[in-house]
Design a protein around this ligand. Structure first.
Ligand code: HSE
Length: 350
């Protein structure tokens, strides 16, 4: 039976939940998927770093996160030592789930680069490296014969990227439009129900939807990155962040929402991209008061949906969770499953 050794870079909500899934579903994964997973390294800003080539007891590591202890008291280091751990640990696959930096993608871009350069595959939920350095890192993975997977960067565990790449073969994609941020969609829905803007954001944070800095959700930066990823991955747009126009929902007032409601409309933050007749792609993020019979107006809460405009089928819409710890951790698991299915380039301990 194949066992993949895993390093968890960042031990916040997403990678902790992945660790829980690995710890509690080990037997099911082995019998259903035909491989095992063993965590051999963890690095975390608060806990420091721990490398154990024979495997880390995940129940122990998860419990450690509740107190003030660090890995230093258990044979590890109080420092993250990310470069050293990533380059030298025995992991086959690095699961990168640190915070998204929308400016330059760091330090996650370096995490991914170090892993790929040292012959390790990477799965990440981090939008920064994918949106800002996606082409370069995909090429680096190919050069090193390893995988770079990032399903969780858009719509968390809902498999929109893989689904579109695999299932739309033979179709021409003219563009897409979608609701790609759970927090802003949740906030707009709660405001329509009468809740105050700030209170709705706090709720979204408590539910684990919001970014560390909720302005990323509210001001459209998060959707801007996701539109960029989808446009480049699925439309081969070759565009940069500056090419995606951005406007968030902070300008949408409670009055706007009530007025839209009276007019049988509903405000949504819509991310879209469209191929122009000359082959270029126009992309953007903007709040729109959609008519109630529009396909996206009924998408509520943290649910996301993206409607692809295809030449032979017309619109094809994919809907599912767009945020949440379990949903995003599942995306990492789905990336590992995809790597296993590809059966190439991933060194495994048998
Ligand atoms: N904060 C994001 C959202 C989830 O609310 O959709 C991660 O992309």
């Amino acid at each position: 039976m194949t066992t993949y050794d895993i390093a968890l870079i960042g031990f916040g909500g997403v990678n902790r939940t992945l660790a829980e899934l690995i710890a509690t579903r080990a037997e099911g994964l082995r019998s259903e998927l035909g491989f095992g997973l063993r965590v051999v390294a963890i690095t975390d800003l608060r806990l420091g770093s721990l490398v154990r080539p024979d495997g880390i007891d995940l129940f122990w590591a998860l419990a450690l996160g509740d107190g003030s202890e660090t890995f230093a008291e258990h044979g590890g280091s109080a420092d993250t030592n990310n470069e050293s751990v990533i380059r030298t640990c025995t992991a086959d696959i690095i699961c990168e789930a640190t915070f998204t930096n929308p400016d330059d993608g760091e330090p996650a871009v370096s995490h991914v680069r170090w892993a790929l350069e040292s012959g390790k595959s990477v799965c990440t939920t981090n939008k920064g490296p994918v949106a800002l350095r996606g082409a370069e890192l995909t090429s680096l993975a190919e050069q090193n014969g390893v995988h770079f997977e990032f399903e969780g960067a858009v719509m968390s565990g809902t498999p929109v990227i893989r689904l579109a790449k695999q299932m739309f073969a033979g179709l021409k994609l003219n563009g897409f439009e979608g609701i790609l941020n759970g927090t802003s969609n949740y906030v707009l829905g709660q405001m329509e129900a009468g809740l105050d803007f700030e209170a709705a954001i706090v709720e979204a944070q408590e539910l684990g939807y919001a970014e560390a800095n909720p302005a990323a959700d509210i001001e459209g930066y998060d959707v801007q990155l996701k539109v960029l990823i989808l446009a480049n991955e699925l439309l081969d747009a070759g565009i940069e962040l500056k090419d995606v126009q951005r406007q968030g929902i902070s300008t949408v007032t409670a009055e706007d929402i009530q007025k839209a409601s009276r007019e049988r409309r509903r405000w949504k933050l819509v991310g879209s991209a469209r191929r122009n007749p000359d082959g270029t792609v126009t992309a953007g993020v903007t709040p729109v008061a959609l008519p109630l019979d529009h396909g996206l107006s009924g998408v509520s809460g943290a649910t996301n949906a993206v409607s692809f405009d295809t030449d032979l089928l017309g619109p094809v819409t994919v809907s599912g969770p767009g945020a949440g710890r379990v949903e995003t951790a599942y995306a990492l698991l789905s990336d590992i499953i995809a790597m296993h299915a590809a059966k190439s380039g991933v060194a495994a301990h048998v």
